[in-house]
Design a protein around this ligand. Structure first.
Ligand code: BG6
Length: 475
């Protein structure tokens, strides 16, 4: 794991590996080798994991925890640096194990991906059973993504490359596929004849404290939409694949990305909204968040919120808007896909509202179908929307694994279905780039919204123009 002592590793990857170990899914000879510039010994690294990770995971059997700690190693590697001693140390650790699976997990900045793979090859460590996992961001636009893909692709075959999007490991995301393709009743109505529009929201209450260095050059569009939200859109809109296999599913997802109507030039102002949170109550604004550097022009221009009206131009979805929205410092943490059905063709009752299917990824994973029911009582019929509700937490007693746990298990099993293929990532950038270009050519700053609110006025107008509104239930 490059970046093996970093935040992602300590909060997600090491806990996920521990869970796998605890549940018997790691082969006895599995070793976890953290790589960083940190100059730690194995003992230092084990001590760090003991201090920082033990409190995050259930340690019911100290022997299992101890066994896990003993799998951990640390090697100091300076990618692109002069000092090659780390590579010799890694070579010694891996010597004699050429027939085993090797997973190189790059939880490091994308500029290190190409150089790391080259140095790995120079050290003779790439075997036919090696895989490489690439963390986001995969570039900051199409050309940079292509460069990374070329550099990594020069060393590894596409079948060995696992581009991670942790949203694809979330339980509800996979349940969306099961709901759509293992049940007969939805397919006949999953189209523009029955569906009015789709909303995909990833709202977070957190701000960006300490992350300005990254976030100033990312922004919500690159950080959340290019990957997570577009992935949710593809799974919602894709055609039924012929098989549940790695290529069949990804083929269908790519077709959706290729069918996205481009938004460029003058249309960007009409179909996209940018916002940046400002101070409210005890919450600082984006520009006042604690950071190691003072805000710059890039800080003033970066969006912490975005909303977009997208369209999938094909037979199934013609004319159905897909509204995407994501933001920091919103009033709630919630990720969901809302499929809003059309109204009944002819209503004999007053007061009805159209059906709505809500697939919630977080905070509580579940699926709700809002249907109209009659309120009990004599006299006039009075209607009320009520949810038919499936809560995964209440229905299934098994522990729901974290997204990273599932994805790491799939990498170890060599199953790339839930990972992004090169053409997928590039198709997503191809759609995003013209929006980024128009934003950077626009002298206007993002619309301000007070921290703790649902985004700038423009986001509400985006739907309001066609008489629609964001799904804000149960606030
Ligand atoms: C990451 C983004 O990919 O996803 C973060 O870089 C964001 O900015 C995070 O906070 C959200 O993930 P989740 O699983 O908490 O919705």
């Amino acid at each position: 794991m490059l970046g093996g002592t970093g935040d992602l590793s300590m909060r997600k990857l090491i806990p996920a590996l521990y869970h796998s170990d605890r549940e018997g899914r790691l082969a006895p000879e599995t070793r976890v080798i953290a790589m960083s510039r940190g100059g730690l010994t194995d003992a230092d690294f084990r001590g760090k994991v003991d201090a920082e990770v033990r409190g995050q995971v259930p340690v019911d059997d100290p022997a299992v925890w101890q066994r896990f700690l003993e799998r951990l190693h640390h090697v100091s590697v300076d990618v692109g640096g002069e000092n090659r001693s780390g590579w010799s140390a890694l070579t010694r650790l891996l010597a004699g194990h050429e027939q085993r699976d090797r997973v190189f997990y790059l939880a490091s900045p994308p500029r290190t991906f190409g150089p790391f793979c080259r140095e790995l090859q120079d050290a003779g460590l790439v075997t036919p059973r090696s895989r490489v996992v690439l963390e986001k961001p995969l570039g900051h636009d199409l050309p940079s993504a292509q460069r990374i893909n070329d550099e990594v692709g020069a060393i590894f075959d596409e079948r060995q490359i696992f581009r991670i999007d942790h949203y694809l490991g979330k339980e509800t995301v996979q349940n969306l596929l099961v709901l759509r393709f293992a049940n007969a009743f939805l397919e006949p109505i999953w189209n523009s004849l029955w569906i009015d529009h789709v909303q995909i929201t990833a709202a977070e209450t957190v701000g960006t404290p300490g992350r300005r260095g990254y976030y100033d050059h990312a922004g919500a569009l690159r950080d959340m939409v290019q990957n997570h939200l577009l992935q949710l859109l593809t799974l919602t809109a894709m055609e039924p694949p012929a098989r549940n296999d790695r290529e069949a599913i990804r083929d269908e997802k790519v077709k959706v990305l290729q069918a996205l109507r481009p938004i460029s030039g003058g249309e960007v102002g009409r179909f996209t909204v940018r916002g940046q949170y400002t101070a409210a109550g005890d919450m600082p604004g984006y520009l006042d968040e604690p950071a190691s550097t003072a805000p710059t022009e890039a800080s003033r221009r970066v969006e912490t919120f975005t909303a977009i009206r997208a369209e999938v131009k094909n037979w199934r979805w013609a004319g159905v808007p897909f509204y995407l929205r994501t933001g920091k410092r919103m009033p709630y943490r919630r990720s969901e896909i809302v499929v809003q059905f059309k109204d009944v063709p002819h209503s004999i009752y007053p007061g009805g509202t159209p059906n709505r299917l809500v697939l919630r990824l977080q905070p509580e994973e579940g699926i709700e179908l809002h249907i109209m029911a009659k309120e009990p009582g004599a006299g006039e019929v009075s209607l009320k929307p009520v949810p038919l509700s499936l809560s995964f937490g209440k229905t299934f007693t098994a522990r729901v694994p974290e997204a990273y746990e599932r994805l790491l298990t799939d990498v170890l099993a060599g199953n790339p279905t839930l990972f992004m293929r090169r053409d997928e990532v590039e198709a997503a950038w191809r759609w995003i780039d013209p929006i980024l270009d128009a934003w950077s050519a626009d002298p206007a700053l993002p619309e301000p919204y007070p921290a703790g609110t649902t985004g700038p006025a423009g986001a509400h107008e985006l739907l309001g123009r066609s008489g629609r509104a964001w799904h804000e239930e149960e606030l």
